[in-house]
Design a protein around this ligand. Sequence first.
Ligand code: NAP
Ligand code: ZN
Ligand code: ZN
Length: 349
Amino acid sequence: MIKVHGYAAQQAKDALAPYSFERREPLDNDVVVDIKYCGVCHTDIHQVGDEWGGSKFPMVPGHEITGIVSQVGPKVTRYKVGDRVGVGCFVNSCRKCEPCRKNLEQYCMEGMSTTYNGVERDGTPTQGGYSNRIVVDENYVLRIPDNLPLDKSAPLLCAGITLYSPLMHWKAGHGKKVAIIGLGGIGHMGVKIAHALGAEVTVLSHSLKKQEDGKKLGADKFYATSDPATFEKLKGYFDLIINTVSAEIDWNQYLELLALDGAMVVVGIPEKQIPVGSFSLVAGRRSIAGSLIGGIKETQEMLDFCAKNNVTSEIELVPIQKINEAYKRILASDVRYRFVIDLKSLEQK
Ligand code: NAP
Ligand code: ZN
Ligand code: ZN
């Protein structure tokens, strides 16, 4: 077995603390990745807090992983030692069901093996990227293009693909008016990617505090949702609204901002059910939909798109010793715009 050091929560809502554990020796198709950076997603906080139920402990969170291949199994063909790679939100899936066959492993009928707080196909619990090494089947590993720095590209593995996938699916591009609700970790990637795709991008943020940043990130317009005039002014305006917020909002008020045939896509995951009035939907033939990360093929496509368009995340690099503080700041919306853990810090005593 391979010895691994990281940070874990021992039970729900615990502070994260140093934790040593073991991972399997590489099987035929496995690569061992020496983790250099890992982004901090709000999902990590939801899961450590067991907000969605069913969390498994001890839990080593982290699913925005970048690093360097340090070992490969005998049948690995795609990667070699020294390659720059990434691991996102899942590390395996059944590979047989229709979604898997369509490269949409995130919707695997048997359930994907999430990178942490999940189980591998053989039932072994998975542990994530707040650690110094991970062992993953090569088919679930991404290649980080040469011009993307490993620290700023770590958040692409979840935040980037979570917004890229719905933006592509709902055809954001020239002539499309797109709104992103919430300028946080995933939201700021949505602004950058939608802008690079050529869409007109509006940020709907709860205040105007981030307005200047929003414009720099590529937003054409920026409105505060705390101001009721925003909802009057933008009625019937957007083709696509992507909601990244996990706090409760008045869904109907936002649906009214959609143009004919517009879609509102849920990507933020609140604890509570979503209340939606039927009139907000039938008037304007509007849709409400959801989207979950992206498959391996699309994630690679997104990384290549980001490399071509110079899109990376705005990050604040933190040592792992500051992870609990980082969680508090995320909860206070005090992050510009993604914390990324520098795993070198694990070597410090
Ligand atoms: P984050 O960095 O904390 O950003 C969330 C943003 O929501 C904040 O920056 C803030 O933006 C807004 N917000 C926070 N509290 C609010 C409140 N009380 N009222 C209104 N707006 C508020 O989180 P994240 O990492 O981007 O993740 C966001 C959500 O997406 C989480 O629920 C996460 O689990 C989920 N997620 C889903 C997927 C998927 O595949 N569907 C993937 C990754 C994450 P403003 O300051 O601009 O208002
Ligand atoms: Zn995530
Ligand atoms: Zn499957």
